[in-house]
Structure formats: structure tokens, C-alpha cells
Design a protein around this ligand. Structure first.
Ligand SMILES: Cc1cc2nc3c(=O)[nH]c(=O)nc-3n(C[C@H](O)[C@H](O)[C@H](O)COP(=O)(O)OP(=O)(O)OC[C@H]3O[C@@H](n4cnc5c(N)ncnc54)[C@H](O)[C@@H]3O)c2cc1C
Length: 395
């Protein structure tokens, strides 16, 4: 730590000071750090209690990147994320392995089908090349699907899958090269507030004074909020992913395919299939163990619409935590009642694809600039004002 990073306190003790403290070295915290550094804000420390970065939800994602959302601001977040991920090698010198396999959403529900068609027009007006597909067209183009009660679906060929680990690594390395410190094995245990404003953090490595703290703690965001006296309604929910052994007969073209009503999804992972599903009956918890019961439910569900998977055996699986907000949209920005406290939380299962834009927006706000996307729909205060509109494109 340089001398300029220390202040002398009245009692003679030296206390570290930073312009910005970021809590959490996952995709979101690292993206904030990178985007701050590109603006010349480098007296920044990223703290994580783990001994590795991106070891929380960021290391457990399915890697999906898509443009289809029901909020225009979420679409713009995805468009920026997709640009960053597609051009990753040009900017960061390493490929994020983007595979533009597309996203196919399916529905068996006539009300949802109507809504999806309405939303497709809005998405197309924002340059999202989404196609509305009848049940017959889906049968012709995606013959692995056998769903007798299917009504229709939407397909976006610009979407795809990339490697979250490389994206996190790219953000981290470039932020470090520009002067940001990433300090692992350091847990934030408290946040100090003076005269209603953020004044610093308490950590297992000692206190740090800073007028600016970014909450990028993923599924644990609510705990960090509580330390600052702010209620952030973000709750952790377990989500499991399983991957089959390699097997013959996979279709050459297979988008990330999601079935809304069961929330089950599949995609190719090399010669294997990766699959997952939510369980709405499972309560919020920090459990990240996989279990036989959820695997059996997933297999039964997926086989009901992709019968060709009967030949496949499960090879491995893992679980992680979604960080879910009440309306399934992120909570982003400076908290009005706590100046200096910034949130980038509640991504509800789309935090990989939205991490580039979330980092850019938080960096812009800290630098006193207008965010490049209207973040009004993401403000924490929407819950107080009951102005939230649930996001439709989530599973
Ligand atoms: C199974 C699964 C599949 C997913 N699939 C997709 C997908 O296909 N596409 C997509 O876009 N998103 C997906 N997501 C969501 C995405 O992974 C997350 O939204 C994203 O990783 C959140 O990043 P984060 O940096 O906010 O959180 P995290 O990666 O969890 O990082 C938060 C960090 O904060 C640290 N921390 C917490 N408390 C403290 C403390 N007190 N002191 C210090 N450090 C602390 C933690 O150790 C952690 O490293 C998926 C998530 C899961 C679980």
C-alpha cells in the first residue's frame, strides 16, 4: 500500500484510506473495478472473503448471454454485455469463447404466448433480431424437441454462451494492471457511517476509510446492506446444473433452449448436454449442495420434452446461488438514504451477461457522469414507491 493510501488519525494510528472500496470480487465487483480504472479512478480496493476471485455465483453460472428481456434497460444492459463479450479478445487479449448458438424460449401457455409476441415487437424496435416461431416452425428447425402441448416460441440468433471465468479474469487482470488492488481472504464485517454518509468499512484485515463503498456481494448483498443500515431485498436461492457424459446423436445446431412453464433448460456443452431447472417450492437458503431429489425431478422434466436424452447419463453437477430480487431485476445505483453506498445486486440469474454494463454504470455514477443506460427501473427506491414491474424473461 502506498503512503498516499494511509491517513494519520488523531491518536497517531495509521488507517488505510481508499477512494472506493468494492465488496465482492465476483464478475460484478471486478467489472466495477475495471470500469473505474479505465476512468483513471485507481485508488480502489476490491475485497473478497474467499481466497480466489469469482468463487461465488460467478464461478457457477451456465454462461448464457441473451438480449430478450421485458425491460428496455435490461435489453440495453445485455447489448453492452454482448458487445464486450464478443470483442473480449480485442480489449483484454483473451477470448471469452463466445459461441453464438442462440436462445430459444418455448411456451405451452396461451397468455404467456400473447405476452411474448407483444414483447417481441418491443425487442425488435430495440434492434434485437428476435424471431417469433410457430409450433410447426419449431418442429422443423429444432427436431430434438418433442412437446405435444407446445404453442410457440421466440428465437434470437445473436445470443449465445461464453466463459464467465475468462471474463472475470480479464476484468481482474486489466484492473490490476491499471492500479486497482484485489485483496482476497479479507471479509467485510461492518460498514461505518458518519452523519448519515458512508465513512468506510471494517474488515478482518483492519478498517479502511472511504466515502464510497460498492456492494457487489452477490447473493449475500442483503447482509452487506444491513451493515450500512439499508435493506436490500435480495435473497439467495439454490440453482443446480448437471452435465451429461458425451454421447452421439446431438443435433449440430442446438440453441440454449428454455421451457418457461417448467423452467427447465438445456444446451450443448461440447459433445454433452448441460441442463438446469428452478424449483419454486425450494425456500431461500445458502445451500450449494446438489442432491438426488432435484436431479431426478430435472431428468423427468427434461425427458418429457427432449426424449432423445434418454441415452445420456449424468457425469457431473454443481449448485450455486441466484441472487433474487422481488421483481427479478437488478438493484443498481447509489442508495438515496445512504450517500456513498452503491449497489450492484439482485441480478436474479442474469448477472454474468449484465456484469459488463453494471460495472460501467456504477463507474459512471461514481465519476459523477450520467449512466449510459436509464437505470430508473433498477433503483432500490422502486420497492418503496411500489413501482416495480416484474421481468418476464426469467426462469
Ligand atoms: C447455477 C447458476 C447458473 C447461472 N447462469 C447464468 C447465465 O447463464 N447467465 C447469466 O448471465 N447469469 C447466470 N447466473 C447468475 C450469475 O452467475 C450471477 O448473477 C453473477 O455471477 C453474480 O455476480 P456477483 O459478482 O454479483 O456475485 P458473486 O459471484 O457471488 O460474487 C460476490 C462475492 O462477494 C463475496 N462476499 C460476500 N460477502 C462478503 C463479505 N462480507 N466480505 C467480503 N466478500 C464478500 C463473495 O465471496 C463472492 O465472491 C447463474 C447463476 C447460477 C447460480
Amino acid at each position: 500500500m502506498s503512503e498516499e493510501g494511509k491517513t494519520q488519525q488523531a491518536g497517531g494510528a495509521t488507517v488505510e484510506t481508499q477512494d472506493v472500496v468494492i465488496v465482492g470480487a465476483g464478475l460484478v465487483g471486478l467489472s466495477v473495478a475495471y470500469h473505474l480504472a479505465t476512468k483513471g479512478v485507481t485508488r480502489v480496493v476490491v475485497l473478497d472473503r474467499e481466497s480466489m476471485w469469482a468463487n461465488g455465483s460467478s464461478g457457477r453460472s451456465a454462461g448464457g448471454v441473451r438480449l430478450e428481456f421485458s425491460h428496455p434497460s435490461s435489453i440495453k444492459f445485455s447489448q453492452y454485455g454482448l458487445d464486450v463479450i464478443r470483442d473480449f479478445e480485442g480489449t483484454f487479449g483473451m477470448s471469452a469463447s463466445f459461441n453464438p448458438c442462440g436462445y430459444l424460449f418455448l411456451t405451452k401457455d396461451s397468455n404467456r404466448w400473447e405476452k411474448m409476441r407483444e414483447l417481441a415487437s418491443m425487442q425488435q424496435s430495440l434492434n434485437v433480431p428476435v424471431e417469433v416461431l410457430s409450433r410447426e416452425e419449431i418442429g422443423r428447425r429444432f427436431s430434438y424437441i418433442d412437446m405435444p402441448d407446445l404453442i410457440g416460441g421466440t428465437f434470437c440468433g445473436e445470443d449465445g454462451v461464453a466463459d464467465p471465468g475468462t471474463v472475470a479474469y480479464g476484468f481482474a487482470r486489466r484492473a490490476q494492471e491499471l492500479g486497482v488492488e484485489i485483496r482476497l481472504g479479507t471479509e467485510v464485517t461492518g460498514i461505518t457511517v458518519e452523519h448519515g454518509r458512508i465513512a468506510g468499512v471494517l474488515t478482518t484485515g483492519g478498517p479502511i476509510r472511504s466515502a464510497c463503498v460498492v456492494n457487489a456481494a452477490g447473493p449475500l448483498a442483503r447482509r452487506i446492506g444491513a451493515m450500512a443500515g439499508v435493506d436490500i431485498p435480495v435473497f439467495p436461492y439454490r440453482r443446480s446444473i448437471y452435465v451429461t457424459e458425451a454421447f452421439d446423436g446431438l443435433p449440430a445446431e442446438m440453441p440454449m433452449t428454455l421451457e418457461f412453464e417448467t423452467t427447465s433448460y438445456i444446451r450443448r456443452e461440447g459433445q454433452s448436454i448441460l441442463m438446469g431447472m428452478s424449483d419454486p417450492s425450494e425456500p431461500s437458503s445458502e445451500n450449494i449442495e446438489t442432491d438426488r431429489e432435484s436431479l431426478e425431478k430435472l431428468i423427468t422434466t427434461v425427458l418429457s420434452w427432449v426424449p432423445g436424452l434418454e441415452k445420456a447419463s449424468i457425469m457431473r453437477g454443481w449448485a450455486g446461488l441466484y441472487e433474487v430480487s422481488p421483481d427479478d431485476s437488478a438493484i443498481i445505483g447509489e442508495v438515496e438514504t445512504r450517500p456513498g453506498f452503491y449497489c450492484a445486486n439482485g441480478f436474479s440469474g442474469h448477472g454474468f451477461m449484465h456484469s459488463p454494463a453494471a460495472g460501467r454504470v456504477i463507474a459512471e455514477l461514481i465519476a459523477g457522469e450520467s449512466p449510459f443506460v436509464d437505470i430508473t427501473p433498477f433503483k432500490l427506491e422502486r420497492f418503496r414507491n411500489q413501482r416495480e414491474t416484474p421481468e418476464s424473461f426469467v426462469i
